[in-house]
Design a protein around this ligand. Structure first.
Ligand code: HEM
Length: 71
């Protein structure tokens, strides 16, 4: 809640910007699900995203698919 919003950048990119960047990328659900669980860095700027190991693969994939539908 403190890091992402659908339509504006906060600590991290907006979900809409993420959806636009990965539009047409068939591997985006898997790619982003992995980032959600393991964290990520270097794609949107200098601030890294911490890992969320409490999120399982199925949950991460559902979150990724939902994010990708916000554009
Ligand atoms: C389970 C909760 C979260 C979800 C579903 C989520 C989702 C995402 C996604 C899909 C990306 C794009 C990754 C990429 O393009 O490589 C991203 C990036 C990012 N997120 Fe999150 N995020 C979560 C939690 C957080 C938290 C807690 C923070 C802040 C402490 C955060 C900060 C960031 C930042 C800074 C980036 C950009 C990283 C980069 O430049 O590669 N996120 N997030």
């Amino acid at each position: 809640m403190a890091c992402h919003a659908v339509d504006r950048r906060m600590v991290g990119p907006s979900f809409r910007d993420i959806a636009q960047r990965y539009a047409g990328n068939a591997r985006a659900p898997e790619l982003l699900a992995g980032k959600i669980i393991r964290g990520g860095s270097g794609v949107w700027g200098p601030i890294p995203m911490p890992p969320s190991p409490q999120v399982n693969e199925a949950e991460a994939r559902r979150l990724a698919v939902w994010i990708l539908a916000t554009r």
